[in-house]
Write a protein that binds this ligand. Structure first.
Ligand code: GDP
Length: 298
């Protein structure tokens, strides 16, 4: 049976009611439970350590208040620290003063970029924007068609290389896409790029070249939350290669624990901005650190 972190904390601290202050032993027992729960949730070890140090520090001096029992009080501290480590506030998109705002998507193949492009476009449209999609994933067979399909579902136009001209150059397509967006006066352009199954130099080179060509206002690193610890290595490689300004976590419908969220945010220093939680276009939301914290706590 899977015990939630908040169950675990409640069970180790349940006998403390009435004590004036948490003892060292209480704090250590708390730290042990947090450690196990976070490691089970696939949070990277350095992040677990740093997190526990913060919580211990705060829990140590805590006077057990009248209103909350000790377990509730510790759960409250853990919750507040989780929200803080997840970024605190939701970070909004940085929109260009002179439209179009250019948003470039980067990430491994299968991370959910193309799906996300449609979701983001649909969401932006619902906010009154006039987004356009640009298909620069010319690597994966069908990626262009797939983007056209999601674009159609989202009711958003897609700029794609003309069929019959060979594979084409993604950097050239990205440039022409931006020109088209300007001409047709779209206020936001979302550029979908190619990923590979693993980090490789050619993919990174292409992403760097597209970034240089389109000068994006935002580069969103799209990562599958189900890959757990691997998310950290991939995120670090993309940060050091192409660089990014925000993170999108996908497939959160399959990851009940959120370890990737904690690790990626803490280790790359970049905010998680959006969350994708299903295959349908509407399975999408801005990322709420407080909701993810509640989910990790259980
Ligand atoms: P790309 O290679 O990065 O463009 O990835 P795709 O957008 O093609 O997505 C890869 C697979 O993951 C597809 O089968 C999508 O339907 C699926 N997918 C994408 N986002 C989600 C999500 O949030 N939840 C689930 N369950 N599946 C997703």
């Amino acid at each position: 049976m899977f015990n939630t972190l908040s169950d675990r904390l409640t069970s180790v601290l349940q006998n403390l009611r009435g004590k004036g202050r948490l003892s060292e032993a209480d704090v250590d027992a708390t730290a042990r439970e947090i450690r196990v729960a976070l490691l089970e949730a696939d949070v990277a070890l350095p992040v677990v350590r740093a997190f526990i140090a913060k919580v211990k520090d705060r829990a140590k001096g805590t006077e057990v208040s009248q209103a909350l029992n000790p377990a509730q009080q510790v759960v409250k501290i853990v919750n507040e620290e989780l929200v803080a480590i997840l970024g605190g506030e939701t970070r909004r998109l940085d929109l260009a003063k002179n439209p179009p705002t250019v948003i470039m998507l980067a990430g491994l193949q299968g991370a959910g970029k193309t799906t996300l492009a449609g979701k983001l476009a649909r969401w932006l449209k619902s906010q009154g924007h006039t987004p356009m999609l640009v298909a620069c994933d010319l690597q994966r067979p069908n990626a262009v068609t797939q983007l056209q399909v999601v674009g159609e579902r989202a009711g958003v136009p897609v700029f794609a290389p003309e069929p019959g001209n060979g594979v084409g150059d993604p950097v050239d397509v990205s440039r022409r896409g931006i020109d088209e967006a300007k001409r047709a006066q779209h206020d936001i352009v979302i550029v979908d790029t190619a990923g590979r199954l693993g980090v490789d130099e050619e993919m990174m080179r292409q992403a760097i070249d597209i970034r240089a060509a389109v000068q994006p206002d935002e580069v969103l690193f799209v990562v599958d939350a189900m890959i757990g610890q691997d998310a950290v290595n991939t995120a670090t490689a993309f940060r050091d290669g192409v660089g990014f300004t925000g993170v999108v976590l996908t497939k959160l419908d399959g990851d009940a624990r959120g370890g990737a969220a904690l690790s990626v945010r803490e280790l790359t220093g970049q905010p998680i901005m959006f969350a994708s939680n299903g295959e349908k276009l509407e399975d999408f939301d801005v990322f709420h650190p407080d909701r993810m914290a509640s989910r990790i706590l259980g």
